[in-house]
Design a binder for this molecule. Structure first.
Ligand code: G6P
Length: 607
């Protein structure tokens, strides 16, 4: 999962390449590189580290060419060292390629090329591609034919961009399973793994489909079907992209900025949709499928990571409020599962980026099935937004920190809106609508009191392990809280349904294994308090999230975090904040790279 860019036009390529790579760093950030045509040769600059380092390195010897490619890497094959950073070239340095995806049959291709006398310098799967193109070029003397022939051999997933000394005015691109967009501006064509880097120059975009390649030059772009070699006419579409807000606005990092944007995110997700006076939820994105929705009697929610946990909250909401049976599946499982789905089932994908490989593959599996597909997506114009039949955008704005926070909150808000929209007879319908309207203010109160959470996080930051527990609506919060802590602080953390404690996790508890317990008001809170008691009895320390400081939970806990009391269905929105802040401050105390934690990427574009 890497970010790729390409440029052909009448300006200096590297300006777009470097800016574009910065926008795409959410796809990976362990190394970066660019290559441009400089006279008769191609020159590459590569670094281990961030695009910022690449800029510095490039500044020592600036690239001036106006045709080029660039890459920001998240390593799959081969360690994080300069020789494995992209762009990769053939042994004669005539074909340079950047690649997002995995070439599954690279070993086979490599053996073949070795037998033909080709040599290799890196440990990557990608390096076979420029050499295979070079091999076919040696046979045909035609770049288009060579590129096409090489692509026909590749198995796996790729978005590829290539430049060559044999056709110095052209840029070649191809796609199979990994997204690729071409921006068409005056006097220049811009390539990106998605439309985000392109948006700074143009909003007229063409998306390649699987099995297609294109040749780009000053005259324009020509799309070809790789297999049939037939040319394909495709006009540009105008893409609405929310301008990336590059600034930290005084925050130390994007994660704290985004946590603090959570109340605004909820407002924005509700804007124009929550009609308090009319006691109505209006969801324009679902209007087209309103009729079909009436016949839906089951929803399968499919997502990854934090979006999956938002889906688990959605399950409770849709089942209780809308009365529709829901099942939530991880996209990586759903895509390979043999499961009968009836036509009265809708599949609802949830994704911040709209570019997660497994979630895209899950939707592809449904091609031609007639199943209604819906999306809760944050990134407008993204692959998933375009693939679904209908959906509701989150409108959370760009999220930059790898750990998802405001997107989770917006996804849960959208689930709540959909549940209310689909509900016919829910007893607390009006109550929830009224409460939702004032919820952002209550969320702001939690953020104002973040100093107390900071002190607690610092106090517990030397723990090696953490348990998170909760019941019903707080159960997904426990899972999400544990994920947040492990991904940014690297403290081992597990989330469990409080009722499952006795089935294993309790064995872990001692004075060094603290528990973060959600003990918010509900008719079953006493059950959670009993579980807390069992932990205390075994010497475990407890931090409880409570909404009543006189509750038994607050009394029992070693420390507690007090949040405003709301209806249980709204608790995940406000209850997520203490877990986000706790993880954030623990990671900060430990000196972690908060926005770009080790080994992770914002958008997982390979499976
Ligand atoms: C990565 C991110 C997570 C995110 C997950 C799913 O793991 O680091 O924050 O929840 O991908 O991404 P999506 O964009 O589909 O929500």
């Amino acid at each position: 999962m890497c970010g790729i860019v390409g440029y052909v036009g009448n300006k200096i390529a590297k300006d777009y390449l470097l800016d574009g790579l910065e926008t795409l760093e959410y796809r990976g950030y362990d190394s970066a590189g660019i290559a441009t045509l400089e006279g008769d040769t191609i020159r590459a600059t590569k670094v281990v580290g961030r695009v910022e380092q690449l800029r510095k390195e490039e500044g020592q010897n600036p690239h001036v060419g106006s045709v080029g490619i660039g890459h920001t890497r998240w390593a799959t094959h081969g360690g994080v060292v300069t020789k494995n950073a992209h762009p990769h070239h053939d042994m004669n340095e005539e074909f340079f390629v950047v690649h997002n995806g995995i070439i599954e049959n690279y070993e086979e291709i490599k053996s073949f090329l070795l037998s033909k006398g080709y040599s290799f310098y890196s440990d990557t799967d990608t390096e076979v591609v420029p050499n295979l193109i070079a091999y076919h070029y040696s046979k045909t003397n035609n770049v288009t034919t060579a590129f096409q022939a090489a692509l026909e051999t590749l198995r796996g997933a790729y978005a590829l961009t290539m430049i060559t000394t044999h056709e110095p005015e052209s840029l070649y691109v191809a796609k199979l399973s990994s997204p690729l967009a071409i921006g068409v501006a005056d006097d220049e064509l811009l390539v990106g793994s998605d439309a985000l880097p392109i948006a700074s120059r143009t909003q007229d975009v063409v998306f390649l489909e699987d099995g297609e390649m294109a040749v780009l030059n000053q005259e324009g772009y020509k799309i070809l079907d790789i297999e049939t070699k037939k040319s394909i006419e495709r006009a540009t579409e105008f893409i609405e992209i929310e301008e990336a807000d590059g600034g930290l606005r005084g925050f130390d990092d994007f994660m704290s900025k985004e946590i603090n944007e959570a109340p605004a995110t909820v407002r924005s997700a509700m804007l124009g949709r929550l009609r308090v006076e009319e006691k109505l939820i209006k969801l324009g994105g679902l209007e087209l499928v309103e009729e079909q929705l009436r016949y839906i009697d089951r929803i399968v929610v499919v997502a990854c990571g934090t979006s999956y946990y938002a889906g688990l909250v959605g399950e409770y909401l849709l089942e209780e409020i809308a009365g529709i049976p829901v099942e939530v599946q991880q996209a990586s499982e759903f895509r390979y599962r043999t499961e009968p789905l009836s036509r009265s089932t809708a599949v609802l994908v949830v994704s911040q980026s709209g570019e997660t490989a497994d979630t895209i593959a899950a939707l592809k599996k449904l091609d031609g099935s007639g199943i209604l597909t819906l999306g809760i997506v944050n990134a407008p114009g993204s692959t998933l937004a375009r693939m679904t039949d209908a959906g509701v955008y989150c409108h959370a704005g760009p999220e930059k920190a790898v750990a998802s926070t405001k997107a989770f909150v917006s996804q849960v808000t959208v689930f709540l809106l959909i549940a209310l929209h689909l509900s016919k007879t829910y007893k607390d319908y009006e109550k929830i609508i009224n409460e939702l309207d004032t919820l952002p203010q209550l969320m702001e109160e939690v953020l104002k009191n973040s100093t107390d959470i900071k002190k607690l996080a610092e106090k517990y930051s030397d723990s090696k392990d953490f348990l998170y527990i909760g019941r019903r609506y707080s159960f997904p919060l426990a899972l999400e809280g544990a994920l947040k802590l492990k991904e940014i602080s690297y403290i081992h953390a597990e989330g469990f349904a409080a009722g499952e404690m006795k089935h294993g996790p309790l064995a872990l508890i001692d004075e060094n294994f603290p528990t973060f317990a959600y003990a918010l008001s509900s008719d079953i809170n006493e059950k959670t308090i009993s579980n807390m008691q069992e932990i205390k009895t075994r010497g475990g320390k407890i931090i409880a999230v409570v909404d009543d400081k006189n509750s038994n939970a607050a009394k029992l806990a070693d420390d507690y975090i007090l949040i405003p009391k709301v209806s249980e269905q709204l608790q995940p929105l406000i209850g997520a904040l203490p877990a986000f802040l706790f993880a954030y401050y623990a990671a900060k105390k430990l000196g972690r790279d908060i926005d770009k934690p080790r080994n992770l990427a914002k958008s997982v574009t390979v499976e």
